[in-house]
Design a protein around this ligand. Structure first.
Ligand SMILES: NC(=O)c1ccc[n+]([C@@H]2O[C@H](COP(=O)([O-])OP(=O)(O)OC[C@H]3O[C@@H](n4cnc5c(N)ncnc54)[C@H](OP(=O)(O)O)[C@@H]3O)[C@@H](O)[C@H]2O)c1
Length: 278
């Protein structure tokens, strides 16, 4: 990353009391950005994020706003405008869904997923663009459920696919304003939400059954995703717009039959094999 690319910039990140949003807030603050830290319930964690930003010499405010509620979205951006007068970065990060099989999804699950994971981002962008008077960057957090199918994720995966489509349309409409719009598509990232997901009844064991099938053979960290979002805010990514950047340790490029399940000459090479050439 170029040195202090975020110095003097103003960033609003939805859902930045925990997880990827928090890691990104601290990364940008360390680089000189001023932050709007949004949360829904965890006022204490949001205050802690702001305290860490301030301890590092940065500036931040915590704003409670439920992204499912259009009035709250408007109030969040009004708070940003009142505090800083403008915005340079908007990161649509907060997400929530009911993890259920398709036949078990009720009307309110469908409606709430739309409100939370799609509408909130569009309303947020509509509020952000007028504040981006000097151009800007917008990033949406997506996941591999937008391109792959796995148990209980249909309601959120389809919303993530819609988000990535919105990103492409927005990239075209806002390019003349000097605003880039991209998505970061994450794999399995260690956080509260992935722990919750793998606790849903019937899910396979993450460590025994899932991680060995990922080429990187581990979860990603929230910092690894935050760093890729930060790259999309950096001037060095100026010519990237309308894209979904995949950060998944290779998860989405493999398919059955998995190398993990192969034996004998077809097993994956060890370091020793590579060294001896066998
Ligand atoms: N973790 C993964 O494996 C993974 C993989 C790929 C993509 N992603 C995506 O990355 C993003 C962040 O995920 P994460 O795992 O870092 O999440 P997380 O650790 O579970 O944190 C969720 C954040 O969103 C906030 N939030 C939840 N509902 C909200 C609402 N209605 N309004 C406003 N804020 C709300 C939470 O605030 P409170 O603290 O107040 O509850 C918290 O700050 C999501 O878009 C997710 O889909 C995650």
């Amino acid at each position: 990353m170029s040195a202090a690319f975020a110095a003097g910039k103003v960033a609003l990140i939805t859902g930045s009391s925990r997880g990827i949003g928090r890691a990104l807030a601290l990364t940008l603050a360390a680089d000189g950005a001023s932050l709007v830290v949004n949360y829904k319930r965890n006022a204490e964690l949001a205050a802690q994020t702001v305290a860490e930003i301030e301890a590092a010499g940065g500036r931040g405010i915590a704003v409670q706003a439920d992204m499912e509620e259009p009035d709250d979205v408007a109030r969040l951006f009004a708070a940003a405008a009142e505090e800083y007068g403008r915005l340079d970065y908007f990161v649509g990060n907060a997400a929530a869904s009911a993890f259920k099989s398709i036949l078990d999804l009720k009307l309110h699950h469908l409606d709430r997923s739309y409100a939370m994971n799609i509408r909130a981002f569009v309303l947020g962008v509509q509020a952000a663009v007028p504040l981006m008077t000097g151009g800007g960057r917008i990033v949406a957090l997506s996941s591999y459920g937008s391109i792959r199918a796995y148990p209980t994720y249909a309601n959120l995966g389809a919303a993530k696919a819609a988000l990535e489509a919105w990103v492409r349309y927005m990239a075209v409409e806002f390019a003349p304003l000097g605003i880039n719009v991209n998505a970061v598509n994450g794999g399995i990232i260690e956080s509260d939400s992935s722990a919750y997901f793998y606790n849903v009844e019937g899910m396979p064991d993450l460590h025994e059954q899932v991680l060995p099938k990922i080429p990187a053979q581990r979860q990603g960290t929230v910092q690894e995703v935050a760093d890729v979002v930060a790259f999309l805010l950096d001037p060095r990514s100026e010519y990237i717009t309308g894209q979904s950047l995949v950060v998944d340790g290779g998860l989405s490029i493999v398919a059955p039959p998995f190398f993990e399940d192969a034996t004998g000459p077809l097993r994956l090479p060890t370091r020793e094999d590579a060294t001896t050439g066998s």
